[in-house]
Design a protein around this ligand. Structure first.
Ligand SMILES: NC(=O)c1ccc[n+]([C@@H]2O[C@H](COP(=O)([O-])OP(=O)(O)OC[C@H]3O[C@@H](n4cnc5c(N)ncnc54)[C@H](O)[C@@H]3O)[C@@H](O)[C@H]2O)c1
Ligand SMILES: O=c1ccn([C@@H]2O[C@H](COP(=O)(O)OP(=O)(O)O[C@H]3O[C@H](CO)[C@@H](O)[C@H](O)[C@H]3O)[C@@H](O)[C@H]2O)c(=O)[nH]1
Length: 334
């Protein structure tokens, strides 16, 4: 029994690799290192540098390593980039996922866990937290590229007996509380990372994109979930799939929204630095509110978040950002 983790050298994937290794599982990471880093992986995991779209490579790994489950994180993740270069996203996220699913089917892999996103909901018109019964309506090529993979999994499962779980993540944030990994991409666009970099003096100031949204303080609301809680949901989902649990598509968030202003205040509070956050125009394509109804995942997986605390998320993110800065300034750093 071994798990293939695609994109395991990336932000979320590397947390999953640590979680599996911590539990004594055998893990093979397949990553092309386009945005991932070998340095964040535990020694006990085997890294294969390669492409998820390489069916021969993946088929060989499944056969030679005894892979019975695939956790599929690999992909391209920047929404504005997907608008500027949609075909990159349909290739890397959709076409290559198709190749991976085909290899899984051919290799008889029984369990497939896929990273999807709240971006499949587009700009929801509902005010309440978003449940899985809300019809997907992506507004970006990124969201579509992920939704298409969900559809391929649904249909391949019906035809070929693959069992799958799709987890639609809301805003993933924070870092490993043990400091082993975190969000390492240099040009990340995520709010909490940018605010932490500003607090640490790596940026002179940050920007708040729009204060005229129909929300209590005029800035966008998001459901920020600690990456460690997200990974715990994956561990539970994997166990459920291996135990013969049925297919599942579930949101992954806490069910509570924080505004951009509240996040900025949290980073100021936790860091003790009163950094500059200037108000600028809206960023195109940002929905005003994205908050998960997380009832299904709590019921189906018995998932009980342990780190549901904005200041705690920010504290872990700040610690990782500071460690990363030290690492990157060390002699010979990449
Ligand atoms: N970060 C978030 O807030 C968020 C929210 C919703 C969904 N997701 C999804 O979670 C997954 C992981 O995201 P992340 O934030 O860890 O991003 P990331 O960029 O840190 O990780 C992606 C990893 O996939 C690898 N990769 C990319 N294309 C590949 C390919 N063709 N073959 C092999 N490896 C490849 C990269 O090198 C990287 O290590 C993605 O599928 C993303 O869409 C992330
Ligand atoms: O410098 C910044 C960065 C972000 N924001 C705002 O902060 C909020 C959150 O933005 P960001 O952290 O970039 O996340 P999202 O755009 O909400 O997207 C994330 O969360 C989605 C799910 O909710 C996933 O689909 C995406 O992959 C993931 O990047 C938005 O209102 C942004 O406008 C700012 O005001 N200033």
């Amino acid at each position: 029994m071994a798990t293939l983790v695609t994109g395991g050298a990336g932000y979320i994937g590397s947390h999953m690799v640590h979680a599996l290794v911590d539990r004594g599982e055998t893990v093979v990471v397949l990553d092309d290192l386009s945005t991932g880093f070998e340095a964040v992986l535990p020694d006990a995991a085997t890294l294969v540098v390669g492409d998820i779209g390489d069916e021969v490579l993946v088929g060989g790994l499944i056969a030679s390593r005894g892979i019975d489950a695939i956790v599929h994180f690999a992909g391209s993740i920047v929404v504005p980039e997907s608008v500027a270069d949609p075909l990159k996203y349909y290739l890397n996220n959709t076409v290559k996922s198709r190749a991976l699913i085909a290899a899984a089917v051919r290799g008889g892999v029984g369990a497939f866990l896929f990273s999807s996103t709240a971006a499949v909901y587009g700009e929801p018109t509902v005010d309440a937290p978003i449940g899985e019964t809300v019809a997907p309506a992506p507004v970006s090529p990124y969201g579509w590229s992920k939704l298409m993979t969900e559809v391929m999994l649904r249909d391949a499962a019906a035809a070929h007996g693959l069992a799958y779980t799709v987890l639609r993540y809301f805003n993933v944030a924070g870092a490993d509380p043990k400091g082993r990994t975190g969000q390492s991409t240099p040009n990340a666009t995520h709010l909490i990372k940018i605010a932490c970099q500003t607090a640490l003096g790596q940026r002179a100031k940050m920007q708040v994109f729009g204060t005229d949204y129909p929300t209590p303080d005029g800035t966008c609301l998001r459901d920020y979930i600690h990456v460690t809680d997200l990974v715990e949901a994956h561990v539970l989902a994997l166990a459920r799939l291996r135990a013969g649990g049925g297919n599942l598509v579930a949101n992954c968030g806490y069910g509570r929204g924080f505004s951009v202003r509240e996040v900025v205040e949290a980073v100021r509070r936790v860091s003790g630095v009163d950094f500059v956050a200037e108000v600028v125009d809206r960023r195109p394509g940002d929905p005003s509110a994205l908050v998960a109804d997380s009832g299904l995942i709590r019921r189906e997986l018995g998932w009980v978040p342990a780190l549901d605390d904005l200041d705690g998320i920010v504290g872990n993110a700040l610690a990782w950002e500071a460690a990363l800065a030290r690492r990157n300034s060390a002699p010979g750093a990449r």
